[in-house]
Design a protein around this ligand. Structure first.
Ligand SMILES: [Cu+2]
Length: 99
């Protein structure tokens, strides 16, 4: 019985590491250029709505520059869905680019 513990441990460690690796490959970062933000309420509205979407890890936007960065799990969402959410609030996504 004792001789089984070590191989089992190695196997489980391998499974965990393999899963993390796959996970890391699915994480995408995009830069955003958004038109229409005029104040910090606009910034908060966008960040709050996008953050609620499944698969979003982080979103940060700047209402002064109109720029933003979003980080998400590509298995759960995509940039088009994020764009739709932002545009559903009344802003326009002029440009997005994977970084
Ligand atoms: Cu505003």
């Amino acid at each position: 019985m004792k001789s089984l513990i070590y191989p089992l441990f190695v196997f489980l460690l391998f499974v965990v590491l393999a899963k993390q690796n796959i996970y890391a490959e699915d994480i995408k970062n995009y830069s955003l250029t958004i038109e229409g933000m005029t104040c910090s309420s606009c910034k908060r509205a966008i960040e709050k709505s996008v953050q609620k979407m499944p698969g979003i890890i982080e979103i940060k936007v700047n209402h002064q520059t109109g720029k933003g960065i979003v980080r998400f799990d590509a298995k759960k969402t995509n940039i088009e869905k994020i764009k739709k959410t932002i545009e559903g609030l009344g802003y326009k996504v002029l440009k997005y680019e994977e970084i």
